[in-house]
Ligand binder design. Structure first.
Ligand code: ACO
Ligand code: ACO
Length: 157
């Protein structure tokens, strides 16, 4: 669906707001995994014409670092800058909270995501070998290759 104006907003979810699982599950196919981090994360959404079209979850780590554990945009709204908008606003929110760097992890098979994160200044720091084999019951394939390892990237703020 084409976004015709830039009236989408970045909004932090409150304590009593429901988590948008239908979006979170696009980025992380395991509800069990999502539930290990979502309640301890700051969760922000992109809202367009009163509809939640994107989500991003920022999980605090030690030493002024936080990790984007989940980012997803509704399929019909992808490729229009919403993912970029969510990440850039999360950088600002994290910086305002005294964070010094942000990490993000994605699968070896997530080619488009690896491209997007590097365009936004993230640099690869580590490979968590077999992460997706060890933590997910389901076999995940993307771009014709199996998701096995997690590529960890980091950006200074
Ligand atoms: N092929 C090539 N490039 C791609 C692809 C792809 N399949 N997907 C994304 N990109 C890159 C391109 O660089 C593109 O920029 P361009 O349009 O200038 O070529 C850019 O990403 C798109 O940027 P946005 O429009 O800002 O991003 P979008 O709103 O589409 O959101 C997101 C990106 C969140 C990854 C979305 O595709 C999505 O929800 N995917 C499904 C869920 C997912 O995979 N989430 C990430 C998992 S990892 C994690 O959550 C930590
Ligand atoms: N985007 C997406 N996929 C690509 C791209 C691209 N820009 N380029 C190659 N691919 C992938 C695709 O999976 C494609 O398969 P598909 O057609 O099924 O989608 C596959 O590569 C193409 O395979 P081939 O046709 O067998 O490879 P090709 O004859 O094009 O040769 C090579 C690939 C050698 C990398 C060629 O593009 C090239 O000479 N590039 C310039 C030199 C170079 O970069 N060499 C590698 C440097 S690293 C090193 O030398 C150790």
């Amino acid at each position: 669906m084409k976004i015709t104006d830039n009236s989408f907003i970045f909004k932090q979810l409150g304590k009593n707001d429901k988590f948008p699982y239908e979006l979170l599950l696009l980025a992380d196919p395991s509800k069990k995994m999502i539930d290990t981090y979502i309640r301890h994360s700051e969760v922000f959404t992109a809202v367009y014409q009163e509809e939640t079209i994107g989500v991003i979850a920022l999980f605090p780590l030690e030493k002024n670092t936080a990790e984007i554990k989940n980012i997803a945009v509704k399929p019909e709204f992808q490729q229009q800058g919403i993912g970029t908008f969510l990440i850039e606003n999360t950088f600002l929110a994290a910086k305002n909270n005294g964070m010094k760097s942000i990490m993000i992890g994605t699968a070896n098979s997530s080619i488009g995501q690896l491209l997007l994160y590097q365009k936004l200044g993230f640099e690869m720091t580590e490979i968590k070998r077999n992460f997706f084999l060890d933590h997910y019951a389901e076999t995940i394939f993307e771009n014709g290759i199996q998701a096995k390892h997690m590529v960890v990237l980091e950006r200074s703020l």
